[in-house]
Design a protein around this ligand. Sequence first.
Ligand code: HPA
Length: 248
Amino acid sequence: MLAIIGGSGLSQLDNLEITRRQVLRTPYGEPSSPATFGRVGGVEIVFIARHGYGHTLAPHEINYRANLWALRDLGVEEVIAVNSVGGIGDGMAPGVLAIPDQVVDYTSGRSHTFFEGADQPVVHVDFTWPFDPAVRTALLQAGAAAGIALADGGVYGATNGPRLESAAEIARLRRDGATLVGMTGMPEAALARELGLAYAMIALVANWAAGCGDSTNRIELDQIPAILDAGMIHVRELIVQRARQLPA
Ligand code: HPA
């Protein structure tokens, strides 16, 4: 089964034929939202709202472990994460949809592994390529089939938030090679890897990051909702197209 974790701007999937909702429990506590099951493009998918349906959970308050654990418990094999991001790199302008291929993690104080505690072995998962290459390729093919322009690749810098970054912090991220910045991609991607889930991200650029593009002096937050609304139309189409590629 395919799972979608929706972020800011995607707290539900309008084109989902809803079949049922289920409250989820895990050894790590409750996930961000109940799971919504439905059919998209002829296949069953499950949706979780990362910030909760009322968008009440800040990035550092999200129970990433519960979200991923619950999805794995439901029999999910593939996870498509939808994340709104700031653009740092050339071409990563507001409205762009990117399929990142790398991560730099600047978060702290989050539960970032399942392998801790006296009863757990120490396990070091390979994270050379943080996003599943096959799911990335499938998303890029889905974009081409649906006529949706996608940036192939991107380095996602994960910051703690909830405040936005200073211009100097973004300049540092740029020096580190980050082309996108967001607050929720980690530890989510790493936890998915620990559970063996095939995980990839659709990143929608909501704004130029601090000090970049038209955000030299400040980030105009009131412009973001319209950009997210317009971009999420394409994200929904992309998800439908990806679902259609899967066996019904
Ligand atoms: N920084 C961090 N996270 C974000 C941004 C940003 O500029 N825009 C959307 N999510």
